[in-house]
Design a protein around this ligand. Sequence first.
Ligand code: SF4
Length: 360
Amino acid sequence: MKSIKALSLFSGGLDSILAARLIMEQGIELIAVQFVTPFFSYEILQDVEAYQAEVKRKYGINVLVENISPGYMELLRKPVYGFGKNFNPCIDCKIFMLKRAKELMVELGASFLVTGEVVGQRPMSQRRDALNVISRDSDNKTVLLRPLSAKLMPETEAEQKGWVDREKLLAFGGRGRAPQMALAKEYGISDYPAPAGGCILADPILSKRIKRLYAGEFNFGIDDVGVTDIELMLVGRQLLVPQGFFTWSAGGEGDSGFWLIVGRNEEENLRLEGLAEEGDVLFYMEDRSGPNILLRRALGALSAEQEGELFALAASLVVRYGRKIDGGFPPEMVTCKRGETSFKIMGEAPEGDSFRAWNL
Ligand code: SF4
């Protein structure tokens, strides 16, 4: 008889760890896959091998890591099943991952898929009807096994064919975490992340920013939103300057705004420098400590005069967010770096604090 292999979706959360372990306990070879996007688990890409070693050491699980960002960015533009409480398209997200997992399953010669989903645990994606939709739309109705809730659900192929002993699967349901914690203890697993952390699309504050980006409130189209935009969303202080602020603007309602990102410390300043791309301008003072400010993708469609006004505003904010001198913010030369070229303009701090209303 050929040896049976399973592929499990792995998020690093306790449920996905336990689901994988339950299947491994039955003597089945299991490979886990951790998908990453700039919305969750992206930091893993900084050192994939270290992450794989950590998962193996802590939980005994072999994990692959795959970056699914391009397709995911696309999904977010118009998820079929909409959004949850924040900007989280959980049902489409699961379908998308499971479709890719099915392809991987075939590539790796695995026979079925495993997830740590629990009936009734999450309001949007783990209601029974949502779980059915996820299996159906990802084309995984027969091959997707959810070991933690298996006894509350119809048999899947893995049980019917006797690859997995259904009796040893579980009937967890609802929002409580006590059974999971007891099982973790049984397996000797104590070091696992808190539930529901990690996805910024479900974060009430960060998701609001991303929602505005995808709502077209920025001065570039949502088709142009890329991974770097999302990475930038998570750095520093964020300002969206309404076009109505500028003398040349017609000031129409719904006009898109210009995006400025203000570094709040040395680390964020360096990060902004590293993430700057063609079409961005970086502003900073050479002779006084203060922030780097990144003006994102504002060039191209503006006249020299319009650019001048925008640059003057960015430079004024560099001074305003910079170090105080004698209790104030006297004018200072600000460098504007655009690709390989740079020039300087005088930055004069704005009067008053009205710019704070632009905080994203
Ligand atoms: S919380 Fe985030 S990662 Fe989890 S299912 Fe929802 S959108 Fe996907």
